[in-house]
Design a protein around this ligand. Structure first.
Ligand code: SF4
Ligand code: SF4
Length: 308
């Protein structure tokens, strides 16, 4: 089983649109499980006519709780908190749950053992499915933290589903940016597709994203979406790719059929199979198939074996 993760340095460049179409086309040749690890804004399942199979809350975050019956009001916990999450109110400590990181420093210094660190529900996992496709999606609860922990859980469940169904590929719609959920999404994967667009802002964010991916030594390819909107930025992206020995594996043209397909909540390759963007995404999938067949995308297990 191999994992391909599709990420972007910034939001709004068309990552989920491309992932939905990529998943549809890929599933025509290989068995796939789709994973949505864009836990702040999961929307991959919206593109598919899928029913909810299973949904449950998860706890990957911890917070401090005070037993006021034991508290003497010494306020050592307030002094030690580096996140300003423990504040004094009327000479008693109060936890600001919104910012508490659950680090436990307050618990350690409390002489009365009045503080406990407890797990809190901070997200929800939903598994959608039809006879043809399984989608595992994670959503962070509003205002909650530890999105990376939820991504880990989505990946774990996606792997379980993939093993159960003897699936060849997990294709993940990762989050935008370079933070904790992106790191959790790309780690352990076999190939990263970085989606960008030819604008200075997207290029700057792409550079930061590729720096993160390089740390994990995972092979990567770049997809330029809306490829002709600015030729100068397009040339700069290609120059950056060349300098970093990363292949630009696809250039998808700006195509009004894409927003029209989004309005219909359908992957563009299903809604408008002959549209220029659909044709480009089909070529992208062919390219990735070729990479798979040539051994350029190899399972993580094989890579470990080679290292000996
Ligand atoms: S350190 Fe313990 S006893 Fe002191 S104020 Fe905080 S909770 Fe109360
Ligand atoms: S657990 Fe850490 S972040 Fe939360 S209140 Fe205690 S010291 Fe502050």
């Amino acid at each position: 089983m191999k994992e391909i993760v599709i990420v972007s340095g910034k939001g709004g460049v068309g990552k989920s649109t491309i992932t939905a179409s990529f998943g549809v086309l890929f599933s025509k040749k290989y068995k796939v499980v789709l994973a949505d690890t864009d836990v702040d804004a999961p929307n991959l399942a919206l593109f598919f006519d899928v029913a909810e199979k299973n949904s449950y809350d998860i706890s990957t975050s911890e917070k401090a709780y005070i037993a006021y019956g034991k508290c003497t009001g010494c306020l050592r916990c307030v002094e030690v908190c580096r996140f300003s999450s423990m504040v004094a109110l009327h000479k008693k400590p109060v936890v600001i749950a919104y910012t508490c990181e659950g680090c436990g420093a307050c618990m350690v210094v409390c002489p009365e053992k009045a503080i406990e660190i407890k797990r809190v529900e901070n997200g929800r996992i939903t598994v959608y499915g039809t006879d043809h496709i399984i989608i595992v999606s994670g959503a962070l609860h509003i205002g909650e933290s530890n999105s990376g922990g939820i991504v880990d859980e989505v990946k774990k469940i996606a792997k379980q589903e993939a093993k159960k169904l003897n699936v060849d590929f997990i294709i993940t719609d990762g989050p935008p940016g370079i933070g904790c959920p992106v790191i959790s999404s790309v780690k352990g994967s076999d190939y990263v597709i970085a989606v960008t667009e030819p604008t200075p802002a997207a290029l700057r964010d792409l550079k930061r994203l590729i720096a993160v991916v390089k740390n994990f030594r995972i092979p990567a390819g770049i997809v330029i979406n809306k490829s002709e909107i600015d030729q100068k930025s397009g040339r700069e992206i290609k120059g950056f790719a060349e300098k970093n020995e990363i292949t630009v594996i696809s250039a998808i043209p700006y195509d009004l059929r894409i927003p029209e397909a989004i309005a219909k909540a359908m992957p563009v390759v299903d809604a408008y199979p002959d549209a220029p963007s659909s044709q480009a995404i089909r070529r992208l999938v062919d390219t990735v198939w070729t990479l798979v067949q040539s051994g350029a995308i190899e399972p993580a297990v094989a890579k470990k074996d080679k290292k000996g």
